[in-house]
Design a protein around this ligand. Sequence first.
Ligand code: ADP
Length: 507
Amino acid sequence: MSKAKTRDRNAPKPLSILFVASEIYPIAKTGGLADVAYGLPIALRDLEHDIRVMLPKYGAISERKNRIHEINRLKDIPVSVGERTELATVKSSSITNPRQKVQAYMTTNHHYYDSKWGLYADPETGADYEDNDERFIFFNKTVVQTCLLLGWIPNVVHVNDWQTALTAAYMRVMFPDKFKATKIVLTIHNIANQGEFPFKEAFAKTGLPAEVAENFKHKGKLNFLKAGMIYADHITTVSEGYAKEILADAKLSNGLNDILKKRKAVFTPILNGIDPLIWSPDKDKTIARRFTFADLDKKEDNKIDLVKKFGLQYNEATPVIAMISRLVEQKGFALLKEAAESLLKKDIQMVILGEGDKKIEQMLLSLMKKYPKKLSVKIGFDEILAHQIEAGADMFLMPSLFEPCGLNQMYSCVYGTIPIVHAVGGLADTIKEFSPKTAQGNGFTFVKFEAGAMLKAIDKALVTYQNKEQWMGLIKNAMSSDFTWSKSSKQYDGIYRALMATLDKTK
Ligand code: ADP
């Protein structure tokens, strides 16, 4: 009894943390950021922190489904964006798992969010909303207002990517005293998107004073991410490989590597995790049949279900290669296009789920027309189908030009779906080439970003697939990969605590 008490006293005090992101699963999702903005806060809650999350309430988000309700103190808050003043009402919802519940604040406003269905782009045309600068200036201002109006000044504010980076600037420039005991962490999930807007007009909309303008200017444009990188106390990114790449590569980082170099002492890579309650073949209620490595024959039932869903003919001996992806250049569709003719002549079937760039959609649909027995494409966003693909496919192709972390290769591993990846960023960190000699490795990789190299990697996978014993060994390795959040959340915890310690010293 007394021992337990002593331990409690010595345990570090839980911190109050506001985690701000432009998408959070299951409320709003276009890609991996949403999964991270769910899994990491839940894992930090497991570490006892008082963590709350915040995002905009886009038009597509249902109030009823997400049990959104009002908060008395956060109604009709006037927020100016340039000349315009709009009222923000911040509402309450939550993200949960069977163990935990995390409070979610959501900024509502008709003009910026309710009247627009998409998160960043019009789903009809695929074009970014023209007022994205205003939409996120408005949102970041409401983040600061929420803390002030609630009288809840968190120990840590954790912002993610360009959409939420301005929160750091507003706290430091507009309210330095109020947030002097708050430490700000910025995570870069994808440096390719920096939130660039015409400088003069967009900076005027921020309402920030001219003397800080240089902190927002990059290559003649207003750059939200740059500002975040300057004002944050600590910067992280989502894999070691990607951290090295964006530090070294001016093209990949659009020149922001200069700032990263200057801030190297406070720049840390932390690999993303995956949530085992959501992505795990033995617990997944969305798939045809749950399975573990011990009863892999049940995975075959998922394959039968999958090919049927995609309108293909089931053949046990024919491997199914899958892709689930935002349809953007980053994901390597140029390689797929180049390799398609040779690839689709092989004894394989392919299923692809994605949405995005209309040209890529058209390219895939015309390939499907040409090879209807080999390739089936579904355009759209379908969370359940994504799970069924992971469960039923034999292989998962990720030929990304660059990949900050990548989640799908990790989901694939735990579902025994063997990843074939371009060895960059987080893909290189998580997928190790299978060696038939040593029986080590959890997938297949290619180094040169070339169609020929990708085809060679696929051929290696196809040869191994024919060798039942080797393939089983490979699946076993993949399924036992450890990608859970527990290690990574402790690393974030370590960063938060180190930041708190610097505060204690300056007191
Ligand atoms: P990124 O964040 O660059 O989009 P990741 O591999 O990190 O790539 O994460 C992608 C996430 O988005 C995965 O959870 C994947 O299943 C999901 N996803 C992407 N496109 C779709 C889609 N069309 N339908 C359902 N889920 C999708």
